[in-house]
Design a protein around this ligand. Structure first.
Ligand code: SF4
Length: 256
């Protein structure tokens, strides 16, 4: 009887050396990549990150100054009620759920961690409203603990280039962490997020990208376009518009 062989996880197409070289180029293109959320303490970043779900950082930054003034720490937030909190965060969307998460998080931080934001992934994800992505944001940006948050931008950009291969954020996080040194994890995430926001958007601006020569998506899509042109004799059209039909086909499916 042959031994059963478990399904192998798909590996990224790029080697560790390729990934580090590609990330160096992207960091050169986005030298100041960092979280755009405003904060001064781990508590403030945790609150801001919970509020940023399905909301822009810009909108969150409009809401948080007054919120942090009224509730400067977990102890003060834990004493608030949903009736008080909801109007203050309404503009960030999903305000009822976010309000429950914030109050639950603050209460647990007070009861189980003496009012201090915990410093480990295991403890952070036990808090209400805190998933792996949020925990990694706080670890990497506010607590000095290496963390690589994977959001929809990281998922899309990393898969397109070929430095990761999966629709699962946890697997993509593992693949990127395996390729990059821990000291670079947070910057890697910040850089991929910024690249996804500015250049490698759902409809990518490949003509402005620093890594076209290394990008699997670019090679595949542009290869198809070039072959069709050769066959039909069609002339190239301007910029990103030339790859739109193929881009829609080949685009990875980021989770929103
Ligand atoms: S070449 Fe295009 S698809 Fe590839 S990373 Fe750059 S913008 Fe994204």
């Amino acid at each position: 009887m042959p031994k059963a062989v478990g399904a192998r996880k798909p590996a990224p197409s790029k080697s560790v050396a390729d990934t580090r070289r590609i990330m160096a180029k992207l960091e050169g293109q986005h030298p100041n990549a960092d979280t755009e959320l405003h904060f001064s303490t781990p508590y403030e970043l945790l609150v801001a990150t919970i509020l940023s779900a399905q909301c822009t950082d810009e909108r969150v930054n409009q809401v948080t100054p007054a919120l942090f003034k009224r509730y400067p720490n977990a102890a003060s937030l834990a004493k608030a009620t949903t009736t008080e909190l909801e109007p203050q965060i309404q503009s960030t969307g999903f305000f009822r759920a976010k309000s429950r998460s914030l109050l639950g998080m603050a209460s647990e931080v007070v009861e189980r961690h003496g009012g201090e934001i915990p410093r480990t992934m295991e403890e952070l994800v036990e808090l209400p409203g805190v998933g792996r992505k949020t925990a990694n944001v706080v670890l990497g940006h506010a607590l000095g603990v290496p963390g690589l948050p994977v959001d929809r931008h990281v998922l899309r950009v990393a898969n397109r280039i070929g430095i990761a291969r999966s629709d699962d954020p946890v697997i993509v996080e593992q693949q990127l962490c395996n390729a990059m040194p821990p000291a670079d994890w947070t910057r890697t995430s910040d850089t991929l997020i910024l690249h996804g926001r500015r250049i490698c958007k759902p409809r990518p601006l490949c003509d402005k990208c620093a890594v076209t020569a290394e990008c699997d998506y670019y090679r595949t899509v542009m290869g198809v376009v070039a072959k069709r042109r050769k066959k039909t004799g069609a002339k190239p059209r301007a910029s990103s518009a030339k790859s739109r039909p193929q881009a829609r086909k080949a685009r990875s499916r980021p989770r929103n």
